[in-house]
Design a protein around this ligand. Sequence first.
Ligand code: ATP
Length: 207
Amino acid sequence: SPRIIGLTGGIGMGKTTVSDYLDKTYQLPILDADIYAREAVQPGSIVLEAIVNRYQSKILLLDGTLDRRQLGEIIFTQPSERIWLDEQIHPYVRQALSRDRDRLIQHSHQTIVLVIPLLFEAQMTDLITEIWVVSCSPDQQIQRLMQRGALSLEQANARINSQMAIAEKRDRADVVLENTSTLEDLLEQVDRAIDHPFSPNSTKSYG
Ligand code: ATP
């Protein structure tokens, strides 16, 4: 039966780094929940319509697309609004992920990667057979997020605090990738995890 890897971890802990590597080095098909989440709010979508009903058309940019920065400001300062938005978007993401996963399986892919930042929060673990959590220290997380330059410290903290604690994600992982050292060290752990499909006996750490 196909191996469906669900890749998750805290914001900025290294999901994209790992999935880019799995793509380039192993040519594995990657499905990214973030892409579907953006698709869900395209002009004309029922989700965008619900968002405009809730926040009025001031939530749109002049070209009619969603003002993601403004919406981000709302949902990361008001948890109830984030929960509302997630409830609008997650059903679409789940359906699209599951559809495209099944297509890949039908095309005989044996190993498929689903990158799902909110794997646990959105209760999507049933879509996969193996849970990989990329993990680093809180200090490294903040440092890497800030290095990217798009968020203030306050904004970064708000986003981190909106997610399930990394300790809990690690507890639920089948494989923990410790991204606390160099990139090379991380990618070696990925090599080992790929070579040893998870068997449901014990959690593995490749750090
Ligand atoms: P997001 O949740 O925002 O999508 P992410 O989990 O996909 O983030 P990445 O984008 O892979 O995380 O990594 C965050 C930043 O940290 C990137 O700029 C990346 O290059 C850098 N980074 C990742 N791993 C390491 C490492 N081991 N050493 C130094 N920098 C790293």
